[in-house]
Design a protein around this ligand. Sequence first.
Ligand SMILES: Cc1cc2nc3c(=O)[nH]c(=O)nc-3n(C[C@H](O)[C@H](O)[C@H](O)COP(=O)(O)OP(=O)(O)OC[C@H]3O[C@@H](n4cnc5c(N)ncnc54)[C@H](O)[C@@H]3O)c2cc1C
Length: 279
Amino acid sequence: MTATTATGGGSAEPIPLRENRATPRRHWAPVVRNREVAEATWWLEVDAPEIAAASRPGQFLMIGFGVENTGAPFIPRPFSVGWRSPEGVIGLLVRAFGAGTRRLGALDPGDDVLLLGPLGSAFRPEPGRPSLCVAGGVGLAPFLFLAPEFRDRGHEVRLLYGERTGARVFDPDLIRELTRGDVEIWTEDGEAGSRGLVVEGIDLSDDPILMGCGPTPMLQALARTAFEEEIPLQVSVEEHMGCGIGTCQGCVVPAAGGGWMKACTRGPVFEARELQWEL
Ligand SMILES: Cc1cc2nc3c(=O)[nH]c(=O)nc-3n(C[C@H](O)[C@H](O)[C@H](O)COP(=O)(O)OP(=O)(O)OC[C@H]3O[C@@H](n4cnc5c(N)ncnc54)[C@H](O)[C@@H]3O)c2cc1C
């Protein structure tokens, strides 16, 4: 990645990215509901009131099944908190990649998962400026949580969501219900929403700050825009993670000034200018 110039941005926002973190809790949580909402994609709801109450948009959970249920050690997997209900149900958007995600997709109501969270840093609104959230694939998850939370605190939010194919698009009606707002959808095959890449939908005319979560090429495109236009950008990086708590060092990302930062404890939400980019 090439070093980049810093964007503008510091604000007096009272909810900083990294401070005021709740102590993570580890406990079993029952599945309330699990349904396939798009191709190889599930909306999984678990009952975890303590973790739900402590979570902020952008934070994540490590989800495991416990040795007693797997018959073998199974490394927990990281998932963004995708939503929370007032009663403490947490929603998770799960897309099948391998054994862990397929297992999550196969869970039934009443099954238990082992949660550790909330973990990591959160997205931060900037007072008086709209948050333009750009999601690629299951990078949608943190913004399902963020949109209603920010709106409740009086911040304007716009949501752009892209997928490769229409078959992968998470139900737009459910997105509107969860976020209590609108969503602009982009697909590369043109089978849902507008045809093209989600970043083509970026409109900077109302002086937004940018927030992104999704594949690296999408984050790079966002970073190019942010640096050229001198707009603050926060990104959530979905690196592979072994522990989620800073021990294994499996999730390090290159820092702008040299060296490395752990995505699990310093991130997953970073100011774009903190990272070293290949642009
Ligand atoms: C902070 C954070 C938040 C996340 N939030 C979500 C979410 O809300 N919803 C969601 O569906 N996923 C999310 N992920 C990704 C999710 O953790 C992985 O898809 C999951 O761990 C894969 O586990 P698995 O057992 O299915 O696949 P594995 O068997 O571990 O891997 C299967 C294949 O997928 C590849 N792979 C695994 N993880 C990733 C990854 N992160 N990026 C690219 N390729 C990968 C592996 O290299 C391998 O080829 C998040 C990741 C992080 C770090």
